[in-house]
Design a protein around this ligand. Structure first.
Ligand code: C5P
Length: 221
C-alpha cells in the first residue's frame, strides 16, 4: 500500500553477467552470479516499487512482484534498458563484458588441424554512462564497482567519469564472487557510507532504504 517507501516508483535494475558469443557454443563473459542484483530487485519490490529487472544469463528465480527481461549480450542489455526507461531509480549491478568479439562465427570453430584462432575484440557500449548522459536520465542513478584494490578511490573516480549519482563499491578480493555476503561502501556526492560485511539481501535492504529516502528528498510527493 501507499505507506511503503517506494510505492508508485519505477526502479530499473540490471544484474548478472553478459555473454558475448564467439561461435554457437562459445562465449566470453565476466564472473557474476547475479545474486546482489536480484536481491536489490527483490528488496525494491518489497518496498512497493514497480521493478524491471534486466538480467543476463543466471540461474536464479525471479523475485516475487518483479518484471524480468532476460538478455544475453551487452548490446541486448543496452536495448532492454533503453526500452525499460523512464525510471525513477536505476541501479546497474550487472557485470557487463567490456568487449565483444568482432567476428561472430555462425558455425562452430574447429580445433582439429588449425592454429588457435586470434580473437579480435571491440568495445561494448557503457550502459551506465549512456543512461547518465541520455535524455531519460533517472532521478537517482546508481552504479556498482567491483574492485580488488583502492576500492573507495576507484569508486570516486568512477562516479565522476560515468556520471552516476552513487557508486556502490565492493571489494571482491576474497570470497564475494558467487558468495552470499558482501561488503560495500556507498560513494555519494556527500561522502562515503561504509557498511559491515553482511548477507547480500541485507546489503540490498540497506541500499533500497537509502535510495528511497534520497528519492523522496529530490522528488517529494
Ligand atoms: O567500468 P566498470 O565496468 O568497472 O563499471 C561498473 C559499473 O558500470 C557497473 O554499474 C556496471 O553495471 C556498469 N557498466 C555498464 N556497461 C558497461 C560496463 C559497466 O553499465 N559496458
Amino acid at each position: 500500500p501507499e505507506h511503503r517507501l517506494l510505492y508508485g516508483r519505477h526502479v530499473l535494475v540490471t544484474a548478472g553477467p553478459t555473454h558475448e558469443p564467439i561461435d554457437p557454443v562459445r562465449y566470453i563473459a565476466n564472473r557474476s552470479s547475479g545474486k546482489q542484483g536480484f536481491s536489490i530487485a527483490a528488496a525494491a519490490a518489497h518496498a512497493g516499487a514497480r521493478v524491471t529487472l534486466v538480467a543476463g544469463p543466471v540461474n536464479l528465480t525471479t523475485p516475487r512482484g518483479v518484471d524480468r527481461v532476460d538478455v544475453e549480450s551487452a548490446r541486448e542489455m543496452a536495448d532492454a534498458v533503453r526500452g525499460a526507461l523512464p525510471a525513477d531509480i536505476a541501479v546497474m549491478v550487472a557485470a557487463v563484458a567490456d568487449w565483444r568479439t568482432r567476428d561472430y562465427a555462425d558455425q562452430k570453430m574447429k580445433k582439429r588441424g588449425s592454429a588457435p584462432p586470434a580473437l579480435m575484440l571491440e568495445e561494448n557500449p557503457d550502459i551506465l554512462a549512456n543512461v547518465a548522459s541520455g535524455g531519460q536520465r533517472p532521478k537517482l542513478l546508481v552504479g556498482f564497482a567491483a574492485e580488488t584494490q583502492n576500492v573507495v578511490d576507484n569508486a570516486r573516480t568512477k562516479r565522476k567519469r560515468k556520471g552516476a549519482d552513487w557508486i556502490v563499491a565492493n571489494d571482491v578480493s576474497d570470497g564475494v564472487m558467487g558468495g552470499d555476503e558482501n561488503r560495500v561502501h556507498i560513494v555519494t556526492e556527500a561522502g562515503t557510507d561504509a557498511f559491515d560485511t553482511m548477507p547480500k539481501l541485507e546489503v540490498a535492504r540497506a541500499l533500497v532504504d537509502k535510495m528511497a529516502r534520497k528519492l523522496d528528498e529530490i522528488d517529494p510527493r
